[in-house]
Design a protein around this ligand. Structure first.
Ligand SMILES: NC(=O)c1ccc[n+]([C@@H]2O[C@H](COP(=O)([O-])OP(=O)(O)OC[C@H]3O[C@@H](n4cnc5c(N)ncnc54)[C@H](O)[C@@H]3O)[C@@H](O)[C@H]2O)c1
Length: 326
């Protein structure tokens, strides 16, 4: 049985805690957060060991694994220190905040063992889309389309000093909310080879530095094209939309159902832990990792992360085509 420390008990830390309740080979053992109120909330619910300092926590030999649920700018340094201390690492998306950090991570000893939280890959509809692509039953993929329209207001960005700033969040809707939708391109279709992108701040120019809206075209090998649109400037959090156009039909992931040529073939029915739109994959991902020794590695997440960083580079360069390097 692995003893786990959750680092960061803000919005997503409690989802990790709840998910671990049903994982046989892991025990939620300690919480590490710099915020005393967050630690108190956690202690009252789970009676776990408490740490207010990451480095001190790493010295606890009883802890086998750390779950990094902190703001983006802390991810790389925390992964690095945890690996050096001999801990297993489960890290929330985005794995790192910058492309430079990602390259350094890939080169780091032991980084291949890091488990990346891209839990939506395990949604039944996403798994079904993967099956359809891999089986080839609908012919080759011709194109794909991903759309995310969510709502984040000023109060959301003011809820954490790290939100909405380039140096601490690394971007806006793309790096934080839409990275899962972006991930479907690489996970389902294959490696993205180049992108052209633009970003805008339509609704929150007085509140955040980063973009609230992102558009892109993505290109794969063999002339397969993708279209991507994401915004936090809508009025509600609609279920993400993803479409794959095959030679012999279309698969549409809409309202948490997968429709192929007009017939529903899969549905995401499991109730989510936490916010409905986060999906229900955290528990599945942790069972897979601790009970099944299977996980999405930094290599598995590499094309998604590099596509995302290339999109920011393209948008900053006014939409110039940018290659996604290996
Ligand atoms: N997979 C998903 O669907 C999903 C959903 C939401 C958030 N996330 C990701 O989870 C991470 C955290 O996001 P959040 O929304 O929970 O943020 P948050 O601001 O709500 O929570 C972050 C927590 O980290 C703590 N913290 C900050 N610095 C710390 C330090 N040095 N040591 C220990 N604790 C520290 C804060 O006190 C806070 O409690 C981000 O990477 C985010 O993108 C993933």
């Amino acid at each position: 049985m692995k003893k786990v420390c959750i680092v960061g008990y803000g919005a997503i830390g409690p989802v990790h805690a709840k998910a671990l309740e049903n994982v046989e080979q892991a025990q939620f053992y300690a919480i590490c957060d710099i915020d005393a109120d967050k630690r108190r909330l956690c202690r009252e619910k789970y009676q776990v060991v408490e740490y207010d300092d990451f480095d001190t926590m790493l010295q606890d030999d009883k802890i086998d694994a750390v779950h990094i649920c902190t703001p983006h700018y802390l991810h790389f340094e925390m992964i690095q220190k945890a690996l050096t201390a001999g801990k297993e690492v489960v890290v929330e998306k985005p794995v790192t905040m910058t492309g430079e950090e990602y390259d350094r991570l890939l080169a780091l000893e032991g980084s291949e063992k890091v488990c990346v939280v891209l839990q939506n890959r395990l949604n039944p509809c996403v798994q079904k889309m993967k099956e359809l692509v891999e089986s080839g039953e609908l012919g080759a993929v011709k194109a794909a389309k991903g759309i995310l329209t969510w709502y984040r207001d000023k109060a959301y960005y003011e809820s954490g000093a790290w939100r909405g700033k380039w140096v601490t969040e690394g971007g806006g809707v793309l790096i934080n909310q839409a990275v899962h939708t972006l991930d479907y391109f690489s996970y389902l279709i294959g490696d993205v080879v180049s992108v052209k992108a633009n970003m805008f701040n339509y609704s929150l120019a007085d509140a955040i530095e980063v973009e609230d809206t992102f558009t892109a075209t993505v290109s794969f090998a063999n002339d397969v094209k993708g279209i991507f649109f994401a915004t936090n400037a809508y009025v509600e959090n609609s279920a993400p939309f993803f479409e794959i156009l095959f030679e012999k039909g279309t698969a549409r992931y809409i309202d948490k159902q997968l429709w192929v040529n007009g017939q529903m073939v899969a549905e995401d029915v499991n109730p989510a832990i936490g916010k409905d739109y986060w999906g229900s994959g955290h528990e599945a991902l942790m069972k897979r990792y601790y009970d099944g020794e299977k996980y999405f590695s930094v290599t598995d997440a590499s094309n998604t992360m590099k596509t995302m960083f290339a999109m920011y580079d393209s948008a900053k360069a006014g939409g110039k085509e940018i290659a996604v390097l290996k």
